[in-house]
Design a protein. Structure first.
Lengths: 218, 121
């Protein structure tokens, strides 16, 4: 009920009859209506829509971000540039492409822990991390990351000492933050690729440390 | 520097953060398509990323005011709402046109025998 087109004076009741194709849900129909209208106007290409969906469902995940972090851990020059001009540094790895967004990288240290949120909606560095998990887009995280970041971190299993300063960064459409986690101790012998495997999505949002989890949680 | 101000919804501040392992990105195909349309319209220059984030933020606040739990499960309904409103604000299509196109799709489904591809007539 709440999802029919607002301000629309007509009402269409779609009781399914027998024998015909099942009528999709209201939001699915609204999406089809938009897609067909926008296609007719030449504003979107259905093949490009399908390709975008397939890329985000199957290809683009947090691995690109993990490669950026691992490179920064092994290459001080790259790290320096990453902290000064993240977008430019990341472009040298070829990761941003058409969905280039202005990225800012914030570095965790023994004294500073950074946490990223979008209080407004869901701004997030898609090109580096894929699409955000559901909890990132939900009100509890959006609200609590700002007013109780230590409580949020504890809920994610990350207890920080009082001596550690927690900085919260609010992503926007123009400015998207990525956390550069601390390189875990005892990893001096690892290759760049092995290091990248220690970097989870959650570590780059700032709700975990690198190496603390083997795989990013959904 | 972009340090946020605390201005959150009071109820949300009391809720635990609910995480589900292995959750699919999209619960239904339309969710992916709606988001892809929003990206495509930005790339086509119909609106900016800032306009999109603002419209999405407004859609979320409006849904919250209407009792939406805003727990992430309704996120793509907010995306769709923001998309429809921006399309109208930018004079790309009117509400009537969107509704007529939706009705045409319903008609197509109701008049296509089961198993045949559904196409607009």
């Amino acid at each position: 009920m709440p999802y029919s087109l607002s301000n629309h004076p007509h009402h269409h009741d779609h009781q399914p009859a027998h024998g015909h194709s099942d009528v999709p849900s209201d939001p699915a129909l609204r999406t089809k209506a938009l897609e067909s209208l926008l296609t007719e106007k030449g504003l979107v290409d259905p093949a490009a829509i399908d390709a975008w969906v397939e890329a985000y469902e199957k290809k683009i995940g947090p691995r690109r971000g993990a490669q950026v972090v691992a490179r920064a851990w092994v290459d001080p020059n790259f790290k320096g540039r990453l902290l000064r001009d993240a977008t430019g540094a990341i472009e040298t790895l070829g990761f941003l492409g058409r969905e280039a967004q202005h990225i800012v990288v914030v570095e965790n240290t023994p004294a500073i822990h950074n946490l990223v949120v979008c209080t407004l909606c869901s701004c997030y560095p898609w090109g580096l991390l894929g699409l955000p998990p559901r909890w990132y887009k939900a009100a509890p995280y959006r609200a609590r990351a700002v007013i109780d970041p230590r409580g949020v971190l504890a809920e994610f299993g990350l207890a920080l000492g009082d001596e550690v300063e927690v900085r919260v960064w609010d992503s926007t459409a123009e400015l998207r933050y990525l956390v550069l986690p601390e390189r875990p101790g005892g990893t001096e012998h690892l290759s760049e690729a092995e290091l990248a495997a220690l970097v989870t999505r959650d570590a780059m949002i700032g709700v975990a440390k690198a190496g603390a989890l083997r795989e990013g949680r959904a | 520097m972009n340090q946020p101000e605390a201005k959150p919804c009071a109820d949300a501040a009391l809720q635990p953060i609910r995480r589900v392992e292995g959750e699919p990105l999209f619960a239904e195909p339309w969710e992916a398509q709606a988001l892809a349309l929003a990206v495509a319209l930005q790339q086509a220059g119909c609106f900016t990323a800032v306009e999109w984030a603002d419209a999405l933020g407004v859609a979320i606040k409006r849904a919250q005011a209407g009792g939406d739990p805003d727990d992430g499960s309704s996120y793509y309904l907010h995306v769709l709402d923001a998309l429809e409103r921006l399309v109208q604000e930018k004079k790309i299509a009117s509400a009537d046109l969107l509704a007529a196109k939706k009705a045409a799709w319903v008609d197509a489904y109701e008049h296509t025998p089961h198993g045949k591809p559904v196409e607009l007539r």
